[in-house]
Design a protein around this ligand. Structure first.
Ligand SMILES: C[S@@+](CC[C@H](N)C(=O)[O-])C[C@H]1O[C@@H](n2cnc3c(N)ncnc32)[C@H](O)[C@@H]1O
Length: 356
């Protein structure tokens, strides 16, 4: 393959390959990707959209589907950097088989979560006469490449009931809500805690005398009515609740927002990309569709490569990126190896410079 001379896509960092993802991964000679979001056909037995404006998810059987998926997952594993992660989006049609397959490819010890994304409200699925429970969630399997993976903890707001129960007190002067926490040290001397007198109470304390004085001067200690001093934890200083593995706060797209069948909400991709990558790192989307991951990567300053076999979907993605002011490169020929090398190797090239 002759190298092509062009401006380094790092100038914008976005390359879409109009081809089978298996072909794209084979262009990469080594682990070079920080995050892979896999949103493949789900083995649903359906056709989405019409003709060239959609795609087929029809197979002769589960065996054919899994045999198609296997070499792709193996390639995703191969191109993933040691600190990388992969998210595999699926649903009840094949999620259990994909879990077993992915365990064998990524290693069961590297399995982190099965995220359940509530993608529909309950009345959408169970129609009159249905004889099953409503099927309203997708599953997203999360694997890391190793135990030392990138992780940016996400938080969500506490629910009202929790706030009312836990942050029970309100500071009259400021209106700030706070909770009171124990400052004495469980385990006492056995755990090497310091014992001293503080505000008239002789106890084993959680913190050193110096730290206690700092907390007191910062107004973080309540010691009214001759009660044992307690720590004030202000609600507005808390991150919120660490995100759990059931995601019901991200709404699916409404019919008029959809550019492409099976398009995912940007909020969903934003959560995944923020959690498992950092600015300027490289995200790969092997099943691009309408380019949701690309749009989110652009907004979050990540670099991106994608693969998509549908010309129609490629056009939607390129237009979507152009509308954001992102100058992506579309490759539909056999020659982009140089481009890809530049993109992969050059993560620190400043924006706007040329690699050629
Ligand atoms: C579920 S959709 C992806 C939707 C996308 N996440 C979005 O938000 O728009 C799956 C896409 O994979 C594409 N596709 C199917 N087989 C592929 C393959 N072997 N390589 C690349 N793309 C493929 C289909 O054309 C379809 O657009």
């Amino acid at each position: 393959m002759p190298p092509i001379t062009t401006h380094c896509p790092q100038a914008n960092g976005y390359v879409l390959f109009h081809e089978d993802c298996l072909q794209t991964t084979r262009r990469l000679s080594e682990p070079s990707v920080d995050l892979i979001y896999v949103d493949p056909p789900f083995f649903s037995g359906r056709s989405y959209g019409t003709g060239a404006h959609g795609f087929d998810d029809k197979w002769s059987g589960l065996g054919e589907y899994l045999s198609w998926m296997t070499p792709r997952l193996i390639e995703f594993r191969r191109i993933l950097k040691p600190k990388g992660s992969v998210y595999i989006h699926c649903d009840l049609h094949a999620s259990h088989y994909l879990k077993v397959l992915a365990d064998s490819v990524f290693g069961i010890a590297n399995f982190l979560n099965q995220i359940e994304w509530k993608r529909q409200s309950s009345h959408n699925d169970v129609r009159q006469g249905s004889r099953h429970f409503g099927r309203i969630h997708d599953s997203i399997l999360l694997y890391a490449a190793s135990s030392d993976y990138e992780w940016n903890q996400q938080y969500v707001e506490y629910d009202e009931e929790y706030v009312r129960r836990t942050y029970r007190y309100v500071e009259p002067e400021t209106g700030r809500r706070y909770a009171l926490g124990d400052l004495t040290a469980p385990g006492g001397a056995a755990k090497n805690n310091a014992r001293y007198e503080f505000l008239g109470f002789d106890r084993y304390w959680r913190y050193s005398r110096r730290r206690m004085s700092e907390l007191l001067s910062a107004g973080k200690i309540s010691h009214r009515n001759a009660r044992v001093p307690r720590l004030r934890r202000y609600l507005d200083e808390m991150h919120g609740k660490p995100l759990q593995d059931i995601w019901s706060d991200i709404k699916p797209l409404s019919r008029h927002e959809l550019r492409y069948p099976t398009q995912k909400p940007e909020e969903l991709l934003s959560r995944i990309i923020t959690t498992s990558s950092n600015r300027n790192q490289l995200v790969y989307d092997p099943f691009v569709g309408s380019g949701t991951s690309a749009a989110v990567c652009f907004k979050l300053s990540r670099r991106w490569i994608g693969s998509e076999i549908s010309r129609h979907a490629c056009r939607i993605t390129m237009n979507r990126l152009a509308a954001l002011g992102c100058k992506a490169v579309l490759h539909s020929d056999q020659k982009p190896s140089r481009l890809l090398d530049d993109l992969v190797c050059n993560s620190s090239t400043p924006e706007g410079t040329s690699c050629s």
